[in-house]
Write a protein that binds this ligand. Sequence first.
Ligand code: PMP
Length: 288
Amino acid sequence: MARIAYVDGRFLPISARAVAIEDRGLQFAHGVYEVIKAVGGRLLDLDRHLDRLDRSLAAIACPPPMARPALVLLLEELLRRNRLADATVYLQVSRGVAPRNHAWPEGLRPSFVATVRPARFPSPSEQREGVRVVTFPDERWARCDIKSIALLPNVLAKQKAVAAGCREAWLVDRDGLVTEGASSNAWIVDREGVLVTRPLGPAILGGVTRDVLLELARGAGIPVAERPFTVAEAVAAREAFLTSTTSLVLPVTRIDGAPVANGRPGTITRKLAALYAARCGLASATEE
Ligand code: PMP
């Protein structure tokens, strides 16, 4: 079945060439996006995602494309039309269509696109065995907390990681501290057994999965510290993992080729992965 997309008021085949040439998203990357997962037809952590969308929109001086209840109905309708229950939902809002000019006219209506596709979560073997990451300098801008569609440094780093046989690129700031992955948040369990991830701020995207996982960890009595860490500390850590809406909680077992601890996913990682999977209604491959 051909996939159906929603584009500014119309449901169209995904192959449709339906975006205006002078869309500010296309010409200036003046837009933001969200990725939400649906499990069994349920949009998970919907309010957290839509709250983040509102924050991103405010940061790029863009009004919401429609009221939240209408947006939710629309996403549900898109899932139905695509006959998908387990899906990755992508939505993108750009500042709208206007003759190309850096400044934009008053009252410009935002453009809105949404797509869905079958969910592709990490394979059981990736979840069981863990994945490799490779580090690169973080060359992004100073507002990584905005979920901007301007992802060039992220996609270039990810492509280099994939070419190096790795699942993810971990980005490192000028002080040698890991910010986050190209499309995920980065975590370690340090030598004292404390779960560590970089604090919120303009250097990282505040992941919805990150938020949820911090709550799950605190609820499970796992000590948590939101502080930056270096690549060397990560390599010497007891455990490492990454999180995102689509990668879930994924053990990291090698960083720049060096094994993390004994090169096997750690116990806290597996526990958190199981807690997160259970919360999402997904089977966990990491439980023993
Ligand atoms: N950081 C970056 C740069 C990302 O692109 C993503 C995924 N969109 C994340 C972190 C994780 O965010 P979430 O858990 O909300 O998917």
